[in-house]
Design a protein around this ligand. Structure first.
Ligand code: HEM
Length: 390
């Protein structure tokens, strides 16, 4: 008879928010499958296990009825669906993310937005790149990709945070849902105001391709999947950019190599491996399954810790170091399986090909103006990156 996974009642959520990496390191070595009381989930911390779970949606389902996400988004989004239902909704947005559209439609627009924000940075002064660059750049780019250019940067950043707070409201407190209900009403009005224009123009944005499809998905799903992209399309590129900038400025030899040899793609891959912007995902267990000798029973929820997978000693030497020269191999920062990040190519284009070379071409001698503190358990990135612009 196989035993259930061991239980931990010492790990706290504040510890995970402050620095989860030493905790995951210990769990990988001592208890890679473990029920963590404070989180109410069975954590999987080894790379082969997180990959296995995400690659097997028949056993590890995304359709988790206990998630507060449905309440926060006022609908089940594509992230919480499996099989055909998921493929249908993911396919509805897909034409917007093709390589042809990334190059032909989004790159020229994103380039102009990047130029505007980089040009607005005051040379010689000390600024926080979170508020002056990374947040607004990510938000403004997304208004174009999604086809909601009537939304302001401030609205986008606020909606994104409200959705994230609601989706993470595992205590089911009232206040985050009151805020998300209000934001949902604003977002629905914003989307509806664009529909006639999109029907007339037939452009490549996500909203346009969904409303103009021959066999469109339901309006409730069009809305909720635009919302999932608002909730998930701002903070990840923002946090990835800040993490990469921090990694480079902390490591002057790597920064110099990037500037001399244009290794921005390597810096991008290493930055998201080093501190994965989305650190964890949840899957509902549909049948009893054994992982590393532990019974994980039907009805349990596993948390695949891709942040830990990206630091697994089986794959990476000295995993806690930011090292753009490390041996190349696939990482799990964009997930894997059917829910693999739909925005990966666009995120890489906007950071590795546009923002990073442009930013450091203008400020090649940029320096950190203080230590960088990372924060977050589900999502993680620097709370601020203060730099001297030189
Ligand atoms: C560096 C930036 C980014 C990172 C690290 C990232 C990471 C991820 C990860 C880990 C997942 C899978 C979650 C799971 O398995 O439960 C995901 C899904 C997704 N991402 Fe990203 N993402 C990034 C940027 C973007 C951008 C810019 C967009 C554009 C809107 C986007 C759109 C999506 C969508 C729509 C999904 C859901 C796909 C599905 O369920 O089929 N992402 N992302």
């Amino acid at each position: 008879m196989t035993n259930l996974a061991p239980i931990d009642d010492a790990i706290t959520i504040p510890d995970l928010i402050s620095d989860p990496y030493p905790i995951y390191k210990r769990l990988r070595a001592e208890a890679p499958v473990i029920r963590v009381k404070s989180v109410g989930r069975t954590m999987l911390t080894k790379a082969t296990d997180t990959r296995m779970a995400k690659d097997n949606p028949a056993i590890f389902s995304s359709d988790d009825p206990n998630t507060p996400m449905e309440r926060a988004f006022q609908a089940h989004t594509l992230m919480r669906k499996d099989a055909e239902a998921h493929a249908r909704e993911r396919g509805a947005m897909a034409p917007s993310y093709t390589a042809k559209n990334i190059k032909g439609s989004w790159e020229p627009i994103y380039r102009k937005i990047a130029e505007k924000y980089v040009a607005g940075l005051p040379r010689g002064e000390t600024v926080d790149l979170f508020t002056t660059l990374a947040g607004p750049f990510a938000a403004e780019c997304l208004t174009h990709l999604l086809g909601i250019t009537n939304a302001s940067v401030a609205d986008m950043e606020r909606w994104s945070q409200v959705l994230i707070d609601g989706a993470g409201n595992f205590g089911w407190a009232d206040a985050p849902f009151v805020a998300s209900d209000l934001a949902n009403a604003e977002m629905n009005a914003c989307f509806d105001a664009m529909i006639d224009l999109h029907k007339a123009e037939q452009g490549p944005s996500a909203l346009a391709v969904m409303v103009n499809a021959e066999d469109p998905i339901e309006m409730s799903q069009i809305r909720s999947n635009i919302k999932i992209a608002i909730g998930g399309g701002i903070n990840e590129p923002r946090d990835a950019l800040l993490t990469i900038v921090a990694g480079l400025l902390i490591n002057p030899d790597q920064f110099d190599a990037c500037k001399m040899e244009g290794l921005w793609g390597d810096a991008f891959d290493e930055g998201v491996r080093w501190v994965a912007p989305i650190q964890v995902s949840s899957r509902l267990v549909k049948e009893d399954v054994e992982i590393r000798g532990c019974l994980v029973p039907k009805g349990d929820t596993v948390m695949t810790i891709q942040a830990s997978a990206c630091h697994d000693e089986d794959l990476y030497e000295n995993p806690d170091a930011f090292d753009i020269f490390r041996k190349k191999q696939p990482h799990q920062a964009f997930g894997n399986g059917p829910h693999f990040c739909q925005g990966m190519h666009i995120a890489k284009r906007m950071l590795a090909q546009l923002m990073l070379p442009m930013l450091f071409d203008r400020f090649p001698n940029m320096e950190l103006a203080g230590p960088v503190e990372f924060t977050g358990f589900g999502f993680r990135g620097p709370a601020a990156v203060k730099v001297k612009l030189a």
